[in-house]
Design a protein around this ligand. Structure first.
Ligand SMILES: Cc1cc2nc3c(=O)[nH]c(=O)nc-3n(C[C@H](O)[C@H](O)[C@H](O)COP(=O)(O)OP(=O)(O)OC[C@H]3O[C@@H](n4cnc5c(N)ncnc54)[C@H](O)[C@@H]3O)c2cc1C
Length: 536
């Protein structure tokens, strides 16, 4: 029995890392199986963006890539925002885990740290009613949020956004500084607050997984505006911070380069996990007492469809609709953006016309400097030369509003496996994802109202860009909690009824997606699922 592992965790993203941490905190040992593609020689230059632009000789490679791979030629696609240092996040995904779809364009990751190696750090806890709509227990989730907030370190939201972002009891760090562009909008908001609130608009500082005080071996935020390029200062929470530490401590055995194909629980309760080594194509089986799957909802969909192919032929899917809106902040025309700022969301707004905190729309506001102007010039109707001089005048006034809408279950959103000639799995995930007409109408109406409210802040939307279904990079709901899919049921403890030693720790069971960052809630759920697996 020596070769039987107590706990196998699949995936090193935010949920996998949190499962491993919870197991380690309980004094136990886990093995993590992951594809785990790593960054090759990331350029970790440690200086602020403007100084690098002025002085750094190798800035072309850092900002544009050795082969200009960061220049988004052609249409805007999911993933266009990834910088050269972060491109590894989506490496090999098209080849190893292909998706076939004409209306769903997700970003998936087979990287060490998963999508969490590049996440935007927006760290929201869901309200009681949102947690209940997902199908989870509010008190248990609140305990997990608290445990995580202390560990991760979250810069506090503030102002009228607070009640939409966090439950009161959470441990939070001081808020981040807002940059001089968004501060101007916020000043106007505060002056017109009553009028805007009556129309359903609420604004404040964002909750971000960025530390504003030193925390263990991590340094507080340095406002270098390099957050899209490097994590050298470690002020942003990345899952690999956790995984590295657990490996170093000896409480985690990390196996990379292995793609999990499927699993099978035998009569003795032992679970066999079948993998393919992506370098050698060798088939390797690992055996464990408890398997905890944390491969991201789409990755988990593939594993479940293969493992239960006699029962599961189709799974449902949730993903927030996402629109981004370049805007002009008139108060910033011709004025420079300040040198020291974060690159992440400077503020969040919620559009909540009923003012009951029921299904509000969320809007994150970014200023654009460090993601480089050429990405916007492309969107301008002018030729490049004329565009450049005008854009130089306008650039500090650009604000990008990223808008998320809530999503709920519908039979028009689903996935299943189809045959494919790739050498790793011989299958591909087919996805069909269309929103009902009334939902599209609702989202469109809300965006139009929002645009008119933005103008009241002297922030003028230029256009709306829809990067397509799946572009929110929030995926969930493939096996909604306590709902039978041909006899297969995932309960709210994360446990599968027909393989009782198998748990799912990512968002696969969520029955609803509020219009907010999903990841803090994914991690809190993963924490609870790991506890359930340990205690069962
Ligand atoms: C640019 C960007 C910005 C984002 N911004 C935000 C934000 O501000 N707020 C927010 O809440 N969320 C944000 N997200 C989304 C967030 O990153 C995801 O919600 C989160 O990473 C999901 O975590 P996960 O652990 O479930 O899955 P993932 O992060 O997708 O990790 C999956 C892991 O499983 C492994 N894996 C998959 N399949 C297999 C297999 N068959 N065998 C072995 N290993 C496998 C992969 O290697 C990977 O390590 C953003 C994402 C991106 C890319």
């Amino acid at each position: 029995m020596d070769d039987i592992i107590d706990f196998i965790v699949i995936g090193s993203g935010p949920t996998g890392a949190e499962v491993a941490r919870t197991i380690s905190d309980a004094g136990k040992h886990a093995t993590m199986i992951d594809v785990g593609i790593n960054a090759e020689q990331a350029d970790n230059t440690d200086n602020d963006f403007l100084s690098i632009r002025e002085n750094y000789t190798n800035q072309k490679d850092l900002f544009l890539g050795k082969f200009y791979e960061s220049v988004p030629w052609g249409d805007i696609k999911t993933g266009a925002q990834l910088t050269p240092n972060r491109k590894f996040i989506i490496d090999l995904v098209d080849i190893i885990t292909p998706i076939i779809s004409s209306n769903f364009f997700p970003m998936e990751s087979l990287a060490y740290g998963g999508l969490g190696s590049g996440w935007g750090l927006g760290c929201y806890s869901y309200s009681k009613s949102e947690i209940e709509q997902i199908g989870l227990n509010y008190n248990l989730m609140n305990d997990a949020y608290n445990n995580l907030a202390k560990y991760v370190g979250i810069a506090s939201p503030d102002g009228d956004a607070f009640k939409y972002c966090m439950n009161n009891s959470q441990y939070l760090l001081p808020k981040l500084k807002m940059d001089n562009s968004i501060s101007k909008l916020y000043d106007i908001y505060l002056k017109k607050r009553e009028e805007l609130n009556n129309k359903g608009l609420f604004m404040g500082f964002p909750p971000l997984a960025i530390i504003t005080e030193n925390h263990n071996d991590r340094n507080k935020c340095n406002y270098f505006d390099m957050d899209f390029y490097t994590d050298v200062n470690k002020h942003s929470y990345r899952p690999w911070l956790t995984t590295n530490k657990l490996i170093e401590k000896g409480s985690l055995n990390y196996i990379s380069n292995h793609l999990v194909i499927d699993f099978k629980q035998d009569a003795d309760g032992i679970v066999s996990v079948n993998t393919t080594n992506i370098k050698t194509l060798a088939k390797v089986t690992y055996k464990c007492r408890k398997l905890i799957i944390a491969s991201g909802a789409l990755g988990t969909a593939r594993i479940l469809l293969r493992s239960f192919k006699d029962k599961l032929s189709r799974l449902s899917l949730l993903s927030n609709d996402y629109t981004y809106m370049p805007c002009l902040n008139l108060k910033m025309l011709g004025k420079p953006l300040e040198q020291f700022k974060t690159s992440m969301a400077q503020a969040v707004m919620f559009y909540d016309p009923t003012q009951k905190n029921e299904n509000p729309v969320s809007i994150a506001l970014f200023t654009y400097r460090s993601l480089l102007l050429y990405k916007l010039i492309k969107e301008s109707p002018l030729n490049f030369k004329d565009g450049l001089s005008i854009m130089n005048f306008l650039q500090s006034a650009f604000v990008i509003a990223g808008i998320h809408h809530p999503d709920s279950e519908s039979s028009k959103k689903y996935c299943n496996l189809v045959k494919n000639d790739n050498q790793y799995t011989s299958d591909a995930l087919f996805v069909s994802f269309s929103q009902k007409k009334e939902i599209m109408q609702r989202d469109n109406d809300n965006e139009k109202k929002l645009m008119s409210l933005m103008r009241k802040l002297y922030c003028f939307p230029i256009k709306r860009i829809k990067a397509g279904n799946g572009s929110s990079i929030h995926y969930a709901g493939i096996l909604p909690f306590n709902t039978s899919n041909n006899g297969v049921i995932l309960n709210e403890k994360g446990n599968i009824n027909i393989s009782n030693n198998v748990y799912i720790a990512d968002g696969s069971g969520f029955k609803y997606l509020p219009a907010k960052g999903i990841t803090f809630t994914l991690m809190a759920n993963a924490h609870n699922v790991a506890k359930n697996a340990i205690n069962s």
